[in-house]
Write a protein that binds this ligand. Structure first.
Ligand code: UD1
Length: 364
């Protein structure tokens, strides 16, 4: 059984699902928690990544952390009991991940955590709590990087851990031919030229729930917009916060283009051709690194410290410092070449196969 429910989980699970489905002796039940439910946040990824329809959608929707986590657990328990799977796979660090891991482990079903061992060191992040608790109630841990492996060793979990690399590299490898075909048209739609715009994604509570901070960030982005086009696909959480900034009047001439969340291929097309990425997403820091795009991460910590090598990624929390930091790396072709020369610490794009092989051997 594979339990997923939020955007990054659809992306990182797609190659794993493909690999699992290729084995005749494996029966796969996909359960969608319904944590993300819009076409833009969920359905488009099932379509684009050819993920089979889930066996069941728990339709939990949004709510506080406790409500969301508890609702998933309550709705999942009966399903797990009835299906009695040999293993329950949980990818990533969302509330869905933790809820599924807890439910399974309390039913004495073995849990396999895909993307285990990540630590930002910031326990105010809901995802950090989800990561730690999920790792500590899992039976098999699939570590995406050497850093993750070391973290798990330090926490006494070495015996359960396998170093597999990151399935998001698999997803990227499978998507790149489609990106190559789509990118020109994507840029044309928005009137963009390659390496001539900043791409922004922000959705962490620490950045978007504090409206004064969000306003400062918005002002910093309009300052960047005077020199460089800014493309900002807005996450629903951020859109809600923007909407409540009642006095925030967005001008179309600000150089800042606000659009809805994009699908995977369109998002990668925008990222690949950007001169810089400003983000607080974990996955996008890595994708920028792999596509050699300089990145500024609007956080004080990262669970992907490998991306900081050679100045490829820089951590920053003060909105006032954003314009200078972004403009310093945008259009720096030397930096791009340096990033291209760095070792890829995230695996060779065949992590899903490794994970499936380990599962098959363990369950034999
Ligand atoms: C969640 C994950 C985060 C992941 C992110 C990717 C947790 C704790 N956080 O954060 O790790 O990086 O997803 O997007 O699990 N909403 C919609 N439509 C949707 C989905 C959500 O409008 O399809 C709204 C919800 O009503 C809610 C807000 O967006 O108000 C946030 O959704 P939520 O699932 O709570 O967490 P994310 O911030 O998306």
């Amino acid at each position: 059984m594979l339990v997923l429910g939020a955007r990054p989980q659809f992306i990182k699970s797609a190659p794993l699902i493909k690999e699992l489905s290729a084995h005749k002796r494996i029966t796969l039940d996909i359960i969608h928690s319904g944590q993300h439910y819009d076409t833009e946040m969920s359905r488009i990824f099932f379509r684009e990544l050819k993920i089979p329809d889930p066996k069941l959608n728990l339709r939990v929707g949004s709510g506080s952390h406790a409500q969301q986590t508890a609702a998933i657990m309550r709705r999942l328990e009966g399903t797990m009991k009835e299906a009695n799977p040999d293993i329950v796979l949980v990818p990533g660090d969302t509330n869905t991940t933790l809820a599924a891991a807890l439910t399974a482990s309390k039913l004495a079903l073995p849990v396999g955590h895909v993307e285990a061992g990540l630590r930002s060191g910031d326990s105010t992040m809901p995802e950090e709590i989800n990561r730690k608790l999920t790792d500590h109630c899992s039976a098999i841990l699939f570590a995406p990087t050497d850093t993750a492996l070391r973290n798990l060793r330090r926490e006494g979990l070495a015996e359960l851990t396998y170093m597999t690399g990151d399935t998001m590299v698999d997803s990227l490898r499978l998507a790149l031919p489609f990106v190559k075909r789509a990118e020109r048209a994507v840029l044309e739609v928005f009137g963009l030229r390659p390496r001539n715009y900043l791409l922004v994604t922000l959705h962490r509570p620490s950045n978007v729930d504090d409206l004064a901070r969000l306003r400062e960030t918005y002002n910093a982005l309009t300052e960047v917009g005077r020199k460089l086009r800014v493309m900002f696909p807005v996450h629903p959480r951020t859109a809600k916060a923007f909407a409540s900034l009642t006095r925030m009047t967005h001008s179309k001439d600000s150089g800042l283009t606000l659009i809805g969340p994009r699908g995977y291929i369109e998002n990668l097309s925008l990222l690949k051709n950007a001169s810089c990425l400003l983000t607080d997403s974990g996955g996008m820091q890595k994708e920028a690194f792999l596509l050699h795009v300089p990145c500024v991460t609007f956080r004080s910590t990262t669970e992907w410290p490998e991306t900081l090598a050679g100045g490829a990624n820089r951590l920053l929390t003060n909105p006032k410092m954003l314009p200078e930091a972004i403009l310093a790396v945008s259009g720096d072709d030397g930096l791009r070449d340096d990033i291209a020369g760095l070792r890829n610490p995230f695996g060779n794009g065949h992590s899903s196969r490794k994970i499936v092989d380990i599962i098959r051997k363990t369950l034999q």
